[in-house]
Design a protein around this ligand. Structure first.
Ligand code: NDP
Length: 256
């Protein structure tokens, strides 16, 4: 039952592709309003158009308002200036999906350059924290809301070649758990979705554009899709207010 999401405002970071884009479209289908954030304005616009179409086609009454904001979550000043770019009637965020994230490559510790290390932490960890700080203040004032962070299997199980990415996703899991406990006396829910392998742009970026190396990882495995994870996110967000799915760990059936 996703009727609880009709007319709710959902802010999604990293909404220009992959999991974020699929999530935007699914929330739109269910009658939510959207604030969509990412750095690529054109890709974001295409997702917003697809979400508008999905909302229209669903026939659901309510929702359907969409704002797009070109924004780099790793830039604190841009995050602080967010409300200047969002229409007034969309400023009460009911659901924050902290999804923006990336991985630079699969590399041994000695080979990773400093700027890649810093930019992974800047987006996956500091960006997620900055967005949370901005939104949680308002959620606390209204004593309602739901923060859904996108972690990873890499936040549970480290792998060779993923030291920095795994460290960022372990940090996300620790931050999420602390925040959930901190807000235990409020009506604000905090959840983390931890996907295994999902085939998105990320899969190829991880191998610095080498598609055949990226495909090799999926040998014998049918990877998850952005839509699979979007379904989990919408499911988590649409539970009754007293139910918090704190952690959802989602693997492809053949991923160990
Ligand atoms: P994509 O590369 O398709 O999507 C990443 C999104 O994040 C894009 O919309 C990108 O948009 C945005 N983004 C990246 N950096 C920034 C930034 N600094 N500021 C704002 N937006 C940013 O990959 P996925 O959909 O796969 O990844 C989404 C999340 O899922 C990430 O957190 C990833 O770590 C996580 N995840 C992915 C898995 C996978 O196998 N694919 C597995 C487990 C977790 P733009 O470039 O326009 O800014």
């Amino acid at each position: 039952n996703t009727s609880r999401l009709v007319g709710k405002t959902v802010l999604i970071t990293g909404a220009s592709s992959g999991i974020g884009a699929a999530t935007a479209i699914l929330f739109a289908k269910g009658g939510s309003n959207l604030i969509l954030l990412a750095r690529r304005a054109d890709a974001l616009k295409a997702v917003a158009d697809a979400a508008t179409e999905a909302h229209k086609a669903s026939g659901v009454q309510g929702g359907g308002k969409i704002a797009t904001v070109q924004l780099d979550v790793s830039d604190r000043a841009q995050v602080a200036g967010l409300w200047e770019k969002v229409p007034k009637d969309l400023r009460d965020v009911d659901v924050l999906v902290n999804n923006a994230g990336f991985v630079h490559g699969v590399e041994r510790v000695g080979e990773i350059n400093a700027s890649d290390i810093e930019s992974m932490f800047a987006t996956n960890v500091f960006g997620l924290i900055a967005m949370t700080q901005l939104i949680v203040k308002d959620m606390k004032a209204r004593n309602t809301g739901h923060i859904i962070n996108i972690g990873s299997v890499a936040g549970r199980e480290p792998y060779v070649g993923g030291s920095i990415y795994c460290a960022t996703k372990h940090a996300v899991r620790a931050f999420t758990g602390s925040l959930m406990r901190e807000l235990v006396d409020t009506q604000i829910r905090v959840s983390e979705i931890q996907p295994g392998m999902v085939e998105t742009e990320f899969s190829v970026v991880r191998f610095r554009g080498d598609k055949s190396a990226a495909d090799k990882v999926y040998e014998g495995i049918t990877p998850l899709t952005g839509e699979d994870i979007a379904e989990e996110i919408v499911w988590v967000a649409s539970r009754p207010p007293h139910v918090n799915l704190a952690e959802v760990f989602v693997l492809p059936t053949n991923q160990a």
